[in-house]
Design a protein around this ligand. Sequence first.
Ligand SMILES: [Zn+2]
Length: 161
Amino acid sequence: MASSKATEYRWFFPADTRDKVSAHFTAGEYRQKNKPNEPWPINMLLAEWLEKLRVAAGGPIRITSGYRSPAYNRKIGGASKSKHMLGCAVDITCTVMNTWALAQAAYKVGFRRIGISPGFVHLDTAEGEAMWIYDRGPKSRWRKQIIRGASNAEIMDISGQ
Ligand SMILES: [Zn+2]
């Protein structure tokens, strides 16, 4: 079973939002939306798998949330241990795939930590394997509901593919 090993990969600290991270993504796309002056880390395993996913999707993938500073993460109500603060997580949308198909494609390129909401897919390269569904909790905050009792491959029904 493959596992995510983000820590074996280096982090890239871009100098400019226009820096190319991979064929289809620039550094600015990974940056948090309130445009801080501080540098933002990009995990290179995340970048590698996201590029593979973009190629597999065959259409545009938009990063709706990439790196978040701890202060920004708090402000928008992110999880207290959000992987977005480590630069190894993205929330994405794709115009040519529904969220379920996008999650399946993400699994196939290597992602093992996958969160699915009606409007976006969360992917990160932290250690381990987990899948969850987001729903809206109190104050309309996203809440993680972990899917338990099966491997990601079983959940996605793509074992052996
Ligand atoms: Zn996320």
